[in-house]
Design a protein around this ligand. Structure first.
Ligand code: NAP
Length: 326
């Protein structure tokens, strides 16, 4: 049994991580971090949480609680100052340790990285494509996960210039904090792009895939789920074969049969991802679509997968992959 501390347990990704740890047979929660709920019982977050869980601690105390595994579910700037405890597996769900080049942080994240010399100690962990190496794991962003699952296996078989990623996410992707842009009056019965040309997942995708992409996210009037539609120019070769080879052994990522499109409804509340490949008859472009749950494979599910791998466990333990149709 490995002990777990969750920092930012009161946020959306923190709650989703807690939910998965609670059903994990080999993990045990020893510290729940929340600055806003510090001192209160776990039931203050959700009445379904019973007395077997410890009360909330300030995030810094949860970090220092001696847990074997720390899930950091904090905002980017808050996570950037964390000093990882020696010997612990730390999975950071924020973007604070994803970019290797600290000079990118001011432009894309809006802050100077406070610990630039430590970035090299973190490894970017997208298990199907780039399994993390070491105990400090930067969990990929939700959009970046979808874009990379769709594109990385094809990187050598497509024209690198002019790749366009049109992506859409449910409102939980923006976190629990109250903001005008995620107000019901703005979101409901509306769809709009945001951070066009300046979203922080663009350099993350470029770092992993090796060339810049045009990435445009949109906000959908749904609570959860994310869909990325990627437009690429093939150089020849069997794109479907490359995708199928990349995910043939995966229990998480599924390449759909020819002609079937990914759907949010099939991936919402799961840790799975669906990918489909289409050819645009008019232009010859290939269109690769990936759907996943931003809080599942896009956050907590992938964080558990990364922790499982770091602990030497089967990567799918505790994930939400089975249901009535699986
Ligand atoms: N949401 C996603 O789909 C998603 C996907 C991938 C990665 N991430 C990343 O994961 C990290 C956490 O994201 P998140 O979406 O989980 O953020 P969040 O819901 O805003 O929560 C983050 C923390 O903010 C504080 N907080 C903000 N508003 C609050 C409120 N109204 N009530 C209570 N607490 C509040 C809480 O900390 P205290 O209680 O300690 O004050 C909470 O733990 C971010 O770096 C984000 O980029 C998110």
């Amino acid at each position: 049994m490995s002990s777990v501390a969750i920092l930012g347990a009161s946020g959306y990704s923190g709650q989703e991580t807690l939910d998965r740890v609670l059903r994990h047979p080999l993990l045990e929660v020893v510290a729940l971090g929340s600055d806003s709920l510090s001192g209160q019982p776990a039931s203050a977050l959700d009445v379904r949480l019973n007395g077997s869980l410890p009360p909330f601690l300030p995030n810094d105390e949860a970090l220092a609680a001696g847990a074997d595994v720390v899930f950091a579910c904090l905002g980017n700037e808050r996570a950037a100052v964390l000093e990882p405890p020696a010997g612990a597996v730390v999975v950071d769900l924020s973007g604070a340790h994803r970019l290797q080049d600290s000079a990118l942080y001011p432009a894309w994240y809006g802050f100077e990285h406070p610990r630039p010399d430590t970035l090299a100690a973190w490894s970017y962990g997208l298990p199907e494509l780039f399994p993390a190496d070491g105990e400090l794991i930067a969990n990929p962003g939700c959009y970046a996960t979808a874009a990379l699952l769709a594109l990385a296996p094809l990187a050598g078989a497509i024209e690198p210039a002019g790749v366009v990623i049109d992506a859409k996410s449910g409102v939980s992707g923006a976190g629990r904090e109250l903001k005008q842009s995620s107000h019901a009056g703005f979101v409901l019965e509306n769809v709009a792009p945001y951070r066009v040309g300046s979203h922080q997942h663009a350099p993350e995708i470029a770092q992993a895939i090796g060339f810049p992409v045009c990435f445009v996210p949109h906000l959908l009037p749904v609570r959860r789920g994310l869909l990325a539609t990627c437009y690429v120019r093939p150089l020849g070769g069997d794109l479907r074969g490359l995708l199928e080879d990349a995910y043939s052994a995966s229990h998480v990522v599924r390449v759909l049969p020819d002609g079937i499109a990914p759907e949010l409804a099939r991936v919402q509340h799961t840790d799975a991802a669906e990918i489909a490949l289409f050819e645009d008859r008019a232009t010859g472009l290939a269109v690769v679509v990936c759907a996943l749950d931003n809080l599942g494979k896009g956050a907590a599910g992938q964080a558990l997968q990364n922790a499982n791998i770091a602990l030497g466990l089967d990567e799918t333990v505790g994930l939400r992959l089975s249901g009535v149709l699986v």
